[in-house]
Design a protein around this ligand. Structure first.
Ligand code: CMX
Length: 134
């Protein structure tokens, strides 16, 4: 893994949180994006080489909807940039980590992504992401 690509924060109301984080950071988000498959609307703030991703659920049964229902707003995942997501998924599986899928998915921000179950990573949901150049 190369670096922290972004930190995902689950929020109840994206518009309100965009305004709150803009006041916190002293700058606005640079884009918003909906990922239908995940049932989320997201926004991104640039923080040096890393990003902060805010995630609002668009349906109650989404991962973010269930997370907020159970645990409330807060840090939801840490995403790490990788050069070769296929090789990294293979490596992590052989190290005994629980991958949530066999193949990478298309995520926000033009990335190929994969998740590790938080139960296998000390309670923190880990996302791998690689630039999707296709
Ligand atoms: N971080 C830490 N723990 C989490 C968690 C998270 N983000 N999400 C769920 N959990 C915990 C729950 O608190 C629960 O713990 P307990 O058993 O101690 O109560 C346990 O995991 C199971 O929770 P659940 O509500 O039953 O959730 P599921 O098992 O149905 O799903 C997970 C959990 C991680 C497999 C699911 O959320 C998932 O597939 N996540 C990956 C996809 C995703 O998060 N998408 C949103 C982001 C999309 C994007 O970035 O674009």
């Amino acid at each position: 893994m190369k670096k922290i690509e972004h930190i995902g924060i689950a929020v109840k109301n994206l518009a309100e949180s965009n305004a709150l984080f803009a006041r916190l950071f002293g700058k606005d988000h640079y884009k918003v994006e909906t990922v239908e498959r995940e049932g989320v609307s997201t926004s991104f703030f640039m923080m040096g080489e890393t990003k902060i991703e805010l995630l609002e659920s668009t349906r109650p049964d989404s991962a973010i909807g269930k997370f907020i229902e159970k645990r409330g707003e807060g840090v939801h995942h840490i995403a790490y940039a990788v050069d070769d997501i296929y090789a990294e998924m293979h490596r992590l599986e052989s190290e005994g980590f629980e991958l949530l899928h066999k193949e990478p998915l298309t995520g926000a921000d033009n990335k190929l992504i994969a998740f590790l179950h938080p139960k296998s990573t000390n309670g923190v949901l880990v996302e791998l992401c690689m630039d999707n150049t296709n």
